[in-house]
Design a protein around this ligand. Structure first.
Ligand code: B12
Length: 260
């Protein structure tokens, strides 16, 4: 059966959780690493997940081509399709109150990648589990961005750290308070579904990790030096300016102990 063939091959690529929704093969890429402090969000500390996941899916897609697929499209994050929805429809997880897709094995600390194809493959049954609905994510969210499973992008600290331009004093204080210069993990950190997770078995996420940035790491770099040094990390996609702004806020006079 084609599903078994794909699953078996995926395993040889280190992909353990894979599902099928009508027109796509959806794979999860767990990235949790235990006990690692830092001021970068956990998702951005390894070599860019787009690179890692896309490479694996490209190899995996050969099986689909071999089985007669004429149209193949690989999407990891960037693109027109909704990755969470695809993973949900492929039975890989359930929606949390924090808007994240969650599964038993990885909690919410996984990336989603999909191969959109034109073969006829049945969908897997959807996941029966549900969010505990404890509400911790809503209560602890720095920007109070969560409500009823939806994320108000304008209020989400992850978005605030990633957007260009000048920030309002309120947005600056959110960065300062959360002690993060890129992304935000608060709604995941407080989530009981993420309790007791083990470090990812995907070795690709373990090499050359950067968990912390200091102002001195980037302030004297030219844009091209910055790109050369950090271009393979997801926190660099907006360029040096946004990170520098955030680090200046984080390390500004007398406000937090994280500074030096
Ligand atoms: C834009 C975007 C963002 C924006 C806006 C986020 C948002 N609105 O959710 C910002 C920059 C804020 C962001 C932040 C983050 N993101 Co983001 N983001 C995306 C992107 C590109 C599109 C998401 C989007 O706008 N979807 C449209 C909305 C309408 O759909 P939705 O997200 O599925 O939300 C709907 C469902 O949750 C639905 N819903 C709620 N409950 C239920 C229940 C059922 C049964 C059903 C059917 C539906 C349902 O209601 C929501 C509104 O309609 C996706 C990749 C992609 N192409 O899909 C990644 C993606 C969602 N992000 C991801 C990640 C990792 C993050 C961060 C954790 C990064 C970080 N540490 O800073 C945070 C998490 C913030 C949060 N709590 O969601 C992962 C999530 C993996 C996961 N396990 O869920 C994705 C899938 C990327 C990937 N391919 O791995 N992100």
């Amino acid at each position: 059966m084609i599903k078994d063939e794909i699953r078996e091959y995926a395993k040889t690529l280190g992909i353990e959780k894979l599902g099928f929704s009508k027109n796509s093969v959806v794979a999860l890429f767990p990235y949790f690493v235990k006990g690692e402090e830092g001021n970068l969000s956990l998702y951005a500390r390894s070599i860019d997940y787009h690179i890692i996941a896309e490479e694996k899916l490209k190899v995996l897609s050969k099986i689909l081509t071999k089985n007669g697929a004429a149209k193949i499209e690989i999407q990891v994050d960037k693109g027109e399709y909704n990755d969470r929805r695809a993973a949900y429809e492929a039975g890989l997880g359930f929606y949390g109150m924090n808007g994240m897709l969650i599964c038993q094995e990885y909690g919410s600390y996984f990336f989603i990648g999909q191969i959109i194809h034109d073969l006829l493959i049945d969908s897997d049954p959807i996941c029966e589990r549900d969010c505990l609905m404890c509400g911790r994510c809503e209560r602890e969210c720095p920007g109070k961005a969560l409500s009823g499973g939806k994320v108000d992008e304008q209020k989400c600290l992850s978005q605030i750290t990633q957007k260009r331009g000048e920030l309002t004093p309120k947005e600056e204080s959110l960065i300062k308070h959360a002690k993060l210069c890129w992304g935000c993990d608060v709604c995941q950190r407080v989530c009981p579904h993420n309790g007791g997770l083990e470090t990812t078995a995907m070795q690709e996420f373990m090499g050359d990790r950067i968990s912390h940035l200091a102002l001195s790491d980037i302030e004297d770099l030219s844009n091209s030096e910055f790109k050369k040094r950090y271009g393979q990390y997801a926190f660099s996609w907006r360029g040096k300016g946004v990170l520098l702004r955030n680090l200046k806020i984080l390390f500004s006079e007398g406000k937090s102990d994280e500074e030096k």
